[in-house]
Design a protein around this ligand. Structure first.
Ligand SMILES: Nc1ncnc2c1ncn2[C@@H]1O[C@H](COP(=O)(O)OP(=O)(O)O)[C@@H](O)[C@H]1O
Ligand SMILES: [Mg+2]
Length: 385
């Protein structure tokens, strides 16, 4: 709807598998890599229990991977990632009654299993070449390594898309788009599209870990446990006693940079309430690193479905700012990241930068992503101006 005339609009299928290990989000977006024409069909392809175990094992083995030799758990996990993404593509095409030739491009983020930018390491499992051949569609993948190689954090990558959404919606700056996935990140959009973005702290991963360990549950659905508990101030203070929150951006996190140990002595409900407050307080503290306070905080990602996190955040952002969800703006809050990787794939194909000094700390805007062809040797079918 805000596409400049003359640019080729591509139909791109973006996929994201976040560190929550819940499954693959897949969404179709019509875009030229600058404006957003329209969102299309979308689908969530959950991992089954066994797949999730394999991925968890890779995550657990990942810190040992830093010594250049991938742990054996990676190969098994990569196979799960490739298979699940291929299934997601096929299921989405099926559901939307689209033929594969109607999709110009796939954006394939893969599964992050380790992220240590200070050591210039970020590992996403998944083989874009294999996926392109199997799906019969060109794939842009490996979104993060060019930024890491250029000295950036390699994360977050969604800000460029957050800005496109905000521009298309005509929202007045300054505003913050917050993604609460396994970890949480913020995109601050200032006047003239100025971007500042960084990881803020935990998202849902600690809450997921807590309820998995204590109750065999997948998540604290609708924040029910947290709503029945009380925030333990001493435990919250211990959780917040990390230099990360004071550190100036750029900064990014690994899923396992925080631990649930400080809530180990609390009952389940109080522990869930305290972790929800931790996520909210870490987000609110991000405002210290912003040039001007956002007027609105718009929440996307799975955390937007946890009303306790939303309430805790609303209680902490300085008035008159409001806390809203992406859904309040007609965006598909659980699919914003998948759409972002569709958008970034289109940008990659057009040679537009994915990351910026304000988002990952690179010195100048950096291109990213690698193109894998469905039929190697034929030339990209949608290479455009
Ligand atoms: N209805 C809900 N109530 C509470 N939490 C939810 C709900 N739906 C999703 N979540 C949380 O969101 C997480 C998934 O969020 P997502 O944005 O997909 O993260 P990631 O990108 O890391 O996969 C789940 O693991 C869960 O913790
Ligand atoms: Mg997810």
């Amino acid at each position: 709807m805000n596409i400049a005339t003359g640019n080729q609009v591509l139909t791109v299928l973006g996929m994201m598998s976040g560190t929550s290990l819940d499954g693959v989000d897949a969404a179709i977006l019509r875009t030229d890599g600058e404006g957003v024409a329209e969102p299309g069909a979308r689908l969530f392809q959950p991992y089954d229990r066994q797949e999730r175990e394999v991925l968890r094992a890779a995550l657990a083995a990942a810190p040992l991977a830093a010594a250049d030799i991938p742990p054996p758990a990676f190969a098994a996990a990569a196979a799960v990632v490739d298979a699940a993404h291929l299934r997601a593509i096929e299921a989405l095409l099926d559901q939307a009654r689209l033929a594969r030739r109607e999709i110009d491009l796939v954006g394939f983020h893969g599964q992050t299993v380790f992220h240590a930018p200070e050591r210039r390491i970020t590992i996403q499992l998944g083989d874009g070449e294999a996926l392109a051949r199997a799906a019969g569609i060109d794939v842009v993948w490996d979104f993060r390594s060019a930024d890491i190689a250029a000295g950036g954090q390699g994360a977050p990558l969604v800000p460029a898309y957050h800005r496109a959404l905000a521009v298309a919606a005509g929202l007045e700056p300054p505003l913050a788009l917050v993604n609460i996935g396994g970890v949480a990140n913020i995109t601050w959009i200032g006047k003239d599209g100025e971007l500042i973005a960084f990881d803020t702290g935990p998202g849902n991963a600690l809450i997921d870990d807590l309820v998995a360990a204590r109750a065999g549950m997948r998540m604290d659905e609708d924040g029910r446990l947290a709503a029945a508990g009380h925030v333990d101030d001493a435990a919250l203070a211990r959780l917040l006693a990390e230099s990360f929150f004071e550190k100036r951006p750029p900064k990014s996190l690994d899923r396992n940079d925080f631990s649930i140990e400080p809530v180990a002595g609390l009952g389940l409900e109080d522990a869930a309430a305290t972790l929800a407050a931790f996520t909210a307080e870490a987000l609110a503290r991000a405002a210290r690193h912003l040039p001007r306070p956002p007027r609105r905080w718009i929440v996307c990602g799975g955390g937007a479905r946890n009303p306790v996190i939303l309430r805790q955040l609303a209680a902490r952002v300085p008035a008159p700012a409001t806390v809203e969800t992406a859904g309040d703006h007609g965006w598909r809050e659980e699919f914003v990241e998948a759409e972002a990787f569709a958008y970034l794939a289109a940008r990659s194909l057009r040679g537009l930068p994915l990351t910026f000094p304000g988002t990952t700390g690179v010195e100048k805007p950096v291109l990213g992503g690698r193109l894998a062809m469905a039929r190697p040797g034929e030339g990209a079918r949608s290479a455009s101006a």
